[in-house]
Design a protein around this ligand. Structure first.
Ligand SMILES: *[C@@H]1O[C@H](CO)[C@@H](O)[C@H](O)[C@H]1NC(C)=O
Ligand SMILES: *[C@@H]1O[C@H](CO)[C@@H](O)[C@H](O)[C@H]1NC(C)=O
Length: 381
């Protein structure tokens, strides 16, 4: 008797074997490729997570002792950070990905709370000059229990006449014709080109978005150039938008935006912020001292994005540090909290149009207090 099924069984087993072999080979290649001393299962997991369809074979790493990230204190294990920083601030490591661990929030505030707390803190009475020192009772929160380096760089931009004022909002019809380098590089040189490139790569056709903090309209115009249909700018200064662009562009003051947040909840396809959030809560611009002012901004943006909406984020990257009160520099520890609720899609440097893989090596390519201002693209989960 001939088993008719038989001839088909062998080839299909064969294919399975080849597939399994292929997977093993891929994992081996990924392991061998890493030469920066951070090689571990978590990094393999991180890389596999990026490629569709491999989720089921991600190894679960429960021991975070062997996974480390760089801080100004040197390499620190994720276990140590989880106990000494993340848990104290209401987070917990979900996956030991590097260079940025993936966190969950143990008790995520509702959007109602996020916005009402922001409003309450922003309305606290402020001193005449931005505080020269971090209040001692807030030190641990600002310095992430000493896992953040600190030096001084005091700037008073409160009601300062020297401070930057909005410019070029009447030149939109010229700007929209500018080439990549000229438009992207308007305010921040090559660093700024990174947001232009990120929007070119993740096209915004027909999408509606919000830009947080903007003196010159280069981010807005970059969005329009790459297909966006509507852009709302949230800015402390009143903006005079060139008339023929008022069908596509508008602006609103932060307090008005926050007071009407329900109107904007889950509304936007994308959000963009370049060189703004790293200042939140440091008092430099006359804002209230708030150790987690930047994390609050990230939660606010999460509230107003549609699920799957994109955030184009430009903040200084390096090893975790604060140059008080000028800005924060974001490394593995703070980025982990910033990224809560988002998936990290890619990083653009402005040097090439393609995204790069922000490895630990690249993140820490400068010394402590050194930084690169790239554009990180995140997707709301
Ligand atoms: C992992 O950590 C343990 C102690 O926590 C240590 O004994 C072991 O050598 C480490 N393994 C590697 C591969 O680093
Ligand atoms: C951080 O460092 C300061 C100064 O060295 C010290 O007083 C403080 O207790 C440290 N905080 C923690 C949580 O270790």
């Amino acid at each position: 008797m001939i088993n008719r099924a038989h001839p088909n069984v062998l080839p299909s087993r064969f294919i399975l074997l080849i597939l399994a072999f292929g997977l093993l080979l891929m994992i081996a290649i990924l392991l061998i490729k890493d030469r920066n001393g951070y090689t571990n299962l978590a990094e393999v997991a991180l890389k596999l997570r990026g490629s569709e369809g491999f989720n089921s074979i991600i190894p679960t790493v429960t021991n975070h002792k062997n996974v480390s990230v760089k801080t100004h204190k040197g390499l620190v294990s994720l276990d140590e950070l989880n106990e000494n920083v993340f848990k104290k601030l209401g987070y917990d490591i979900l996956e030991p990905t590097i260079p940025v661990p993936t966190l969950r929030m143990t008790n995520e505030p509702t959007c109602e709370t996020v916005f009402s707390e922001w409003k309450r803190i922003s309305e606290l009475p402020q001193p005449e000059y931005p505080p020269k020192e971090i209040p001692s009772d807030r030190m641990d929160e600002f310095l992430l229990y000493n896992y953040t380096a600190m030096n001084k760089w005091y700037i008073n931009d409160k009601n300062s006449d020297k401070g930057e004022k909005p410019r070029n909002w009447d030149k939109l019809s010229d700007m929209i014709k500018w080439p990549r380098q000229k438009l992207g590089g308007l305010a921040y040189g090559t660093d700024g080109v990174s947001i232009y490139d990120a929007m070119k790569f993740h096209r915004l056709d027909g999408k509606s978005g919000v830009v947080i903090g903007s003196m010159q309209p280069w981010v807005e115009v970059s969005a329009l150039v790459h297909g966006a249909s509507k852009v709302l700018t949230v800015e402390y200064n009143k903006l005079e938008i060139q008339e023929e662009f008022r069908d596509r562009m508008s602006s609103i003051l932060p307090i008005e935006f926050v007071s009407n947040w329900q109107k904007y909840a889950d509304k936007f396809d994308f959000a963009a912020s370049f060189s703004s959030i790293e200042h939140s809560g440091l008092g430099r611009y006359g804002d209230s001292i708030d150790p987690i002012g930047d994390l609050r901004e990230m939660l606010k943006i999460k509230c107003i994005l549609k699920p799957g909406g994109l955030l184009f984020l430009g903040v200084p990257l390096g090893t975790d540090a604060i140059q008080y009160n000028a800005h924060r520099i974001y490394g593995s520890v703070r980025l982990a909290m910033m990224f809560y609720g988002y998936e990290w899609l890619g990083t653009f440097s402005g040097n090439t149009e393609q995204p790069n893989d922000l490895t630990a090596e690249r993140l820490h390519s400068r010394n402590i207090f050194g930084m690169t201002q790239n554009t990180i693209v995140l997707r709301k989960l």
